[in-house]
Design a protein around this ligand. Structure first.
Ligand code: PMT
Length: 402
């Protein structure tokens, strides 16, 4: 079940670390490529040599390899992983994860990882039951981390209770179950647009907008995690993805975005239009930089850009699902419904343009999904990777109905 999967195992300083050797062995037996990250304290409980031998990879502990000064990039490690499993996870590490503290490689990698994260707590029963630990676990679960509950039994302290790290067989089963159920878009091809478009005025100036691409990239990654092959047509953004199921096609202007959308849409099962396409472009693009002195009081004549979503809406066949976004400040529901029907979309994702901690640039978003039947569903404010999951749930239901 785990054949070809890259599993990153994070080990923290707990007596249950001895079980990590068996966990690595079982993961490798299931076909996974396993890399191990340890906190410095974890090395006191189990030797890196044991884990390196079982995983067939050197062990990662420090930001730098002390033998040659080579940089262990937490970003690259996080990108490599299809799943990140922290087992055993101490109360200390859980607390730091929940609060964004990143004072070792295991924790910085947690903040960089874009894959599913699992946490298997191991601690004394009172530490586990403590309201702070329980609140920290709730915070992690709300952020999408899967908690593998500890079992009840004899603990290292000699006390009996809940706090024993779950057995390695059960941890492997939880990871396998995730990969089994997480493939709802297997075999599907999905086009996603993301980011802004830039419409050149001259070689150094353009008309653009504040889109960061975060929403579109989160959607592309969620679709890819669900097994889809994704064509991500992206305007100029700073965000990146290295997901192996995502082909990134970089464009600058709305005309270029339209050209690439038309190229890929016919082979796709669905398209999600998250890009903030500039509605207008300058009628003339100057070949040389416009000099300030020459053009005081300058007027730029604008002409409309093509409506990419509406173009795809007119080409859509009965098996394809087309999803649009509506970025609104006023009459939000009414405007979104207008775009839904005008662009022939299957459903539209309404988000606000004037609310703090949502919409443009933010890591979070607040959405309302409206479909062709008039059904309206509002969601709470949450991180964009979780918003992407809500949108994919809706996309999956629409694909099933086709
Ligand atoms: O990139 P982020 O910083 O994460 O921000 C995300 C976002 C706010 C940009 C995103 O969630 C969003 O709302 N994207 C759509 C922005 C937009 O252009 O909305 P609109 O209401 O103007 O357009 C309606 C729909 O038509 C959109 O699906 C849009 O992609 C599409 N459109 C618009 C104009 C145009 N010329 N062609 C289009 O295809």
């Amino acid at each position: 079940m785990l054949k070809g999967k890259n599993i990153l195992l994070g080990i923290t300083g707990s007596i249950a670390a001895y079980k990590a050797a068996n966990l690595v062995r079982l993961l490798v037996k299931e076909g996974a490529d396993v890399r191990v990250l340890m906190t410095p304290l974890a090395k006191e409980f189990i030797t890196p040599l044991t884990l390196a031998t079982l995983s067939k990879h050197s062990i990662l502990v420090d930001f730098f390899d002390p033998t040659n000064g080579q940089w262990n990039s937490h970003v690259d490690i996080g990108m490599w992983a299809d799943a990140y499993v922290i087992a055993p996870a101490t109360a200390n590490t859980i607390g730091k994860m929940a609060n964004g503290i990143a004072d070792n490689l295991l924790l910085t990698t947690y903040l960089s990882a874009r894959c599913q994260v699992f946490v298997a707590p191991a601690m004394d029963l009172d530490m586990f039951a403590h309201v702070t630990t329980q609140n920290n676990l709730k915070t992690l679960a709300n952020q999408g981390v899967k908690i593998i509950e500890p079992s009840t039994g004899e603990l290292a302290s000699g006390l009996e209770g809940k706090g024993r790290m779950e057995e390695p067989e059960k941890i492997v089963a939880a990871i396998s179950a995730f990969f089994e159920t997480a493939k709802r878009l297997d075999g599907k091809k999905i086009l996603v647009t993301a980011g802004p478009t830039f419409e050149n005025i001259d070689p150094v100036r353009f008309i653009g907008n504040y889109s960061s691409g975060k929403m579109g990239y989160a959607l592309a990654e969620e679709c890819a995690n669900e097994g889809a092959e994704v064509f991500l047509i992206s305007g100029p953004v700073a965000v990146k993805t290295v997901h192996k199921n995502i082909k990134v096609i970089s464009v600058v202007s709305a005309d270029e975005m339209l050209e690439q959308c038309l190229k890929y849409f016919s082979v796709c099962d669905a398209a999600i239009m998250a890009a903030a396409v500039a509605d207008f472009k300058p009628k003339e693009k100057e070949k040389s930089k416009i000099k300030r002195q020459e053009r005081e009081g300058m007027v730029i004549e604008l002409v409309p850009n093509p409506d990419i979503a509406a173009n795809l809406g007119s080409l859509k066949n009965k098996n394809q699902v087309l999803v649009g976004f509506a970025l609104e400040t006023d009459n939000m529901l009414e405007n979104a419904k207008g775009k839904l029907s005008k662009k022939n979309l299957d459903f539209i994702v309404l988000n606000p343009a004037n609310v703090e901690n949502a919409g443009f640039k933010s890591d979070n978003n607040i959405i309302t999904i409206i479909d062709q039947t008039g059904d309206v569903k509002a969601y709470e404010n949450k991180p964009k990777h979780l918003v992407a999951k809500d949108i994919c749930d809706c996309l999956y239901l629409h694909l099933q109905k086709k």
